[in-house]
Design a protein around this ligand. Structure first.
Ligand SMILES: Cc1ncc(COP(=O)(O)O)c(C=O)c1O
Length: 317
């Protein structure tokens, strides 16, 4: 089952204060709401034998800092506080596994496009979030289509910034895919080559080589993408970051999505054409297993990817 309703937790962090979930409201005229200017991250916290641990927190906060910098916001000095608060928000809400959502919000004040005069507000929320592409997706794989919506040109909306406005394009792709009976979509870039999913990067396996579209200014530098490239190297799987033509999706031996929410999700068909055997292939399985084993503390954290959540009683008042 795909989760359609946001599960509510108790506490949200706002600039060093703890506020109730239902009190984390804004004025309808905040800059980010009018103009899509908030920057955000999506991070997962996994239950491990040593307690909850956040996966690649530093990499996510680095990307948040970069996203902000591209939009002329300097949050460098705030990163240590944000890092601490990401662990605390999980502990304070009494969760062992969840999705963590830091946000940099241009707030109320400016009437027009220039944000001068608007407040700048940092928030961190978290909530339980199961398998993003539906129950069984990690084992059975998903059916996708090539989106009729293409990704933006480089030097239009910077794809390296995780800004809310970029997700208008992703929403169009995802809405179309769901409407047409697919789990999600793969989008092409302006040159007609494969870019990425609506909230995922994409990988294919061909003759034992792991291939993913190069970061070309049309796709996000996914942290799961980076993790998978590193794990493939650990496992001795050759990798290539390069241009990928649409038809390679149809003729690949294996195909999968990577993303914090989607984790490593096999793709079993594209445009109703079965990929390989139409089920999860051996390379995908090995990488998915390794990824989840490290995230869940079942394999040694050789890359130093886990940040333990502090022991702390869940707050009730
Ligand atoms: C457009 C887009 N591409 C790729 C990804 C995957 O990135 P990550 O692995 O860092 O979650 C995401 C998810 O954040 C995304 O929204």
């Amino acid at each position: 089952m795909v989760t359609h309703h946001m599960p509510q937790t108790d506490w949200i962090w706002k600039d060093g204060e703890w506020i109730r979930w239902q009190d984390a409201t804004v004025h309808v005229l905040v800059h980010s709401l009018q103009f899509g200017s908030s920057l955000f991250e999506g991070i997962r916290c996994y239950d491990t034998p040593e307690g909850p641990a956040i996966f690649r927190l530093d990499a996510h906060l680095r990307r948040l800092r970069d996203s902000a910098k591209i939009y002329r916001i300097d949050i460098a000095a705030r990163i240590p506080a944000l890092a601490e608060a990401c662990g605390e928000v999980v502990a304070r809400n009494g969760l062992r596994e969840c999705y963590v959502r830091p946000m940099v919000v241009r707030g109320y004040g400016a009437a027009g496009l220039s944000p001068v005069g608007s407040t700048l507000d940092l928030y961190i929320a978290c909530w339980p979030w199961g398998t993003y592409l539906g129950e069984g997706a990690l084992e059975n794989g998903v059916d996708v289509k090539v989106s009729s919506w293409q990704r933006q040109e480089p030097n239009t909306f910077p794809s390296g910034a995780k800004a809310a406005g970029n997700y208008l394009n992703s929403q169009l792709g995802r809405l179309e895919a769901l409407e047409d009976g697919y789990a999600d979509a793969v989008a092409l870039g302006p040159g007609g080559l494969v870019s990425e999913g609506t909230g995922q990067n994409v990988f294919l396996v061909r003759d034992g080589v792991l291939i993913t579209p190069a970061l070309d200014g049309t796709n996000l530098n996914g942290i799961t993408r980076d993790s998978i490239l590193r794990l493939a190297a650990d496992l001795g799987i050759p990798t290539r970051e390069q241009a990928v033509a649409r038809e390679w999706l149809y003729t690949a031996d294996e195909l999968f999505f990577t993303g914090t929410a989607s984790e490593v999700t096999p793709i079993r068909s594209v445009d109703r054409i079965p990929v390989g055997e139409g089920r999860m292939g051996p390379v995908t399985r090995a990488l998915q297993q390794r990824y989840l084993d490290i995230a869940r503390g079942r394999a040694p954290d050789t890359h130093d990817w886990l940040t333990r959540v502090p022991e702390m009683a869940a707050a009730t008042v």
